[in-house]
Design a protein around this ligand. Sequence first.
Ligand code: ASP
Ligand code: MG
Length: 427
Amino acid sequence: MSLIVQKYGGSSVSNAESIKRVAKRIVETRKAGNDVVVAVSAMGDTTDELLDLAHEVAPIPAPRELDMLLTAGERISMALLAMAIKNLGHEARSYTGSQAGMITDARHGAARIVDVTPGRVQEALTDGAIAIVAGFQGFNRGTGDITTLGRGGSDTTAVALAAALHADVCEIYTDVDGIFTADPRVVPHARKIDRITSEEMLELAAAGSKVLHIRAVEYARRHGVTLHVRTSFNGNLGTIVYNPAAPGLDENGEAVEEPIISGVAIDLSEAKITVVGVPDIPGKAAQIFNIVAKTGANIDMIVQNVSAAATGLTDISFTLPKSEAQSVLTALTVEKEQVGFQSLQHDDQIGKLALVGAGMRTNSGVSAKLFTALFEAGINIEMISTSEIRISVVTRADTIHEAARVVHTAFGLDAEDVAVVYAGTGR
Ligand code: ASP
Ligand code: MG
């Protein structure tokens, strides 16, 4: 008998009809002879609606109360799902995050899992019941308060349960057929990937692919949990995300031929700050990024220009989430004299595109092909950064969708058919 953890996202349980459909699917898995644990998200856009509501009563809602409010979303879906399963004649029990032993630190809105003690879930399984666990939520022992894991956190709940229960597989059900070579909403001819390493998946998630919560991928990689990302709208196999024992080998130790490129991800949530006229002497970059670090901002790409020989000055640009730009600008302005730079530029009309693939390690023509594709489409590149398995470029925001499509085509990733998006508002 296998133990399968299944996670259903908000779009899979958006109304009574879809809850019944998901219940059927869970029961089928159970009938096939498996133990089943389910992590479920809030129905449809419930979390966003609750957030909007909170901001209507208070511009800055108290973090403790906000978590209390948002966790209500998953309570609704878990109870309804358990009822629907019982109605099909199978035993099911729903549990809140704290009942299921999801122990976190105390950071409201962005809590980290520190321990998983799923005693009650285990008990339910022993009794032959299906366990339904509220995604996205936990409990801090110190404060005794309810926490949330951050937006999209139900994936992480599922993976943490799978790791703690030594599940055979963690199935993540979503509104597309699996992981695609690009977002099918942007690149209609995106192709489903059958297998991808967790390393590549991490790069795609970090670069803006929203199919999986990045922390869930990290957690799965660290704990050796195999993920199967698939849709709840049909029975098709989706994408296996695995941690290879050795490069070029899958989890069974079989040789697999890796495709050169696994996908293209885009991100429109970042801004660019340029520090203009920085004295090109040791210690200046350290000074600047110490100031930035104190604001807690998450820096992504950094580019420093060659200094102009005549002036001994250089420009340093970096990207960061749009929401963090203002506090960084303020902090740098305060220290302007101290650092000795001339001015600051803020640009929130940028888009980032990342091309990811393990095959890049050994293939030097990849950058050339990427830049050529963008050039032929008349798209200007403003910044470039690379890792072993990723090349990222920054362009104007309004060219990023076009950029994704031409790069996708240039690397031969286009499928013949148009990809299907079953549900979800993409919100
Ligand atoms: N309901 C939460 C959210 O919308 C968690 C999740 O869906 O994974 O962010
Ligand atoms: Mg959701």
